[in-house]
Design a protein around this ligand. Sequence first.
Ligand code: CA
Ligand code: CA
Length: 162
Amino acid sequence: MSDEPTYILDTPVTDITGTDEAQKVQVKNAEGGTFTLTFDGDTTAPIAFDATAGAVEDALAALNNLEADEVAVAGTLAEGASVTFSGAWGDQDVPVLTADATALVEEDEKTAEVVITTTVAGAGTAVQRGTGDADRTGEVSPLSGSSPTADREANGASYGDA
Ligand SMILES: [Ca+2]
Ligand SMILES: [Ca+2]
């Protein structure tokens, strides 16, 4: 018998796939200039305040820690461009982008800024299913993103050795 704790859900869980993280990047109050984005310690080349989604995607894909098939950008910076992580960065909680907005040109004496929000929190693929027993293989539960204890509280499931 395994020494690993066994995780038991009373309520079958049907959402067994992971979730790719999405973050929104919005440029506010700018009429010119550039900004940079930093992902997990790596910073892009300057990006125009009104760059297209494709240009933002290219800037991110040029980072050492992101590849072209791992990041997709859609929408406009003015309305809020959606940045979705996949591939090696998919199905997990990824670091939030940060921005340097100091090279933006402000509009109408309002402070130009880059606002980044996580719109879809990434999460891993679930490893415990249904009402039966299953080995708990990860410290962090993909169901809640925190712990099996939190899952139990959220789902009314039981947890213990079997
Ligand atoms: Ca790259
Ligand atoms: Ca995240």
